[in-house]
Design a protein around this ligand. Sequence first.
Ligand SMILES: Nc1ncnc2c1ncn2[C@@H]1O[C@H](COP(=O)(O)OP(=O)(O)OP(=O)(O)O)[C@@H](O)[C@H]1O
Ligand SMILES: [Mg+2]
Length: 277
Amino acid sequence: MTTPTTTTTTTPATTTTTAEMTSHLPAVGARPTVTPGTTPGVAAGGRPAALELRNVVKEYPGHPPVRALDDVSVRIDHGELVAVVGPSGSGKSTLLNVMGTLDRPTNGVVSIDGADTSTLSDRRVAGVRARRIGFVFQQFFLLPGMTALDNVANGLLYQGVPPRDRRERSVVALQRVGLGHRLRHDSNHLSGGERQRVAIARALVHEPAFVLADEPTGNLDSKSTAAVMDLIGGLHDEGTTIVVITHDTAIAASLPRQVAVFDGRIESDSALEGATS
Ligand SMILES: Nc1ncnc2c1ncn2[C@@H]1O[C@H](COP(=O)(O)OP(=O)(O)OP(=O)(O)O)[C@@H](O)[C@H]1O
Ligand SMILES: [Mg+2]
């Protein structure tokens, strides 16, 4: 299970707070063209990928070391909705941490919106993360005793956004996730599904290049799961780029693209099926 804290590795990106990670509103724009089989590193139609991993290896130290990611290359374009699916221990959380720049790879390159993070200092990477990535976690990570509005506005605290703008943008984000009628509800008094929608609003409020959702329905009952997946589908229809990490093959099958991970490697990628080699 993924935790939002810094992972214990020899090369941590930087210390990351939940508030830092859980900032951010995806661009609502034209649906981009997804180009299956695009050569890694070559932008489709001139626009860099929202997220690209090239030959990423992640090893955890130990005796012997654990190779949790083994030569992973994947490109996710703006506007895509992608499931990263795999069984327990396959490397999903490790992949999320590397995709989200919460942890640096042992080898290989992670590019966010065209920026090669391997060339950036930890401080610059933290800045890219705060501005360009939205996070949603299974455990929601809302601040108890705070309203839904304040929880979302909190995601803008470190962005230098004036308080009034923070509130206005948070209201819009909450309206987007269907919670315009729950702005001043204490987050403790919200249902699980509503809490996750607040967390999604918080992930969106900064207009990130993409949202990483780690088992976003893992703590929800089937009805709330359906509602949250409907919301994610609706956000995708508006142009938001979302990566859903899940062990649930039914959830993965319901999304437009599936990247299957097994033993630290990409076992299959539905976007590449049928692509000419
Ligand atoms: N900090 C760590 N140190 C050493 N080994 C680790 C560490 N984190 C993960 N691993 C190992 O790396 C492999 C991948 O773990 P990871 O947590 O990425 O899997 P996962 O697919 O997210 O699993 P789950 O579905 O159970 O959450 C596993 O074999 C795990 O034991
Ligand atoms: Mg995991």
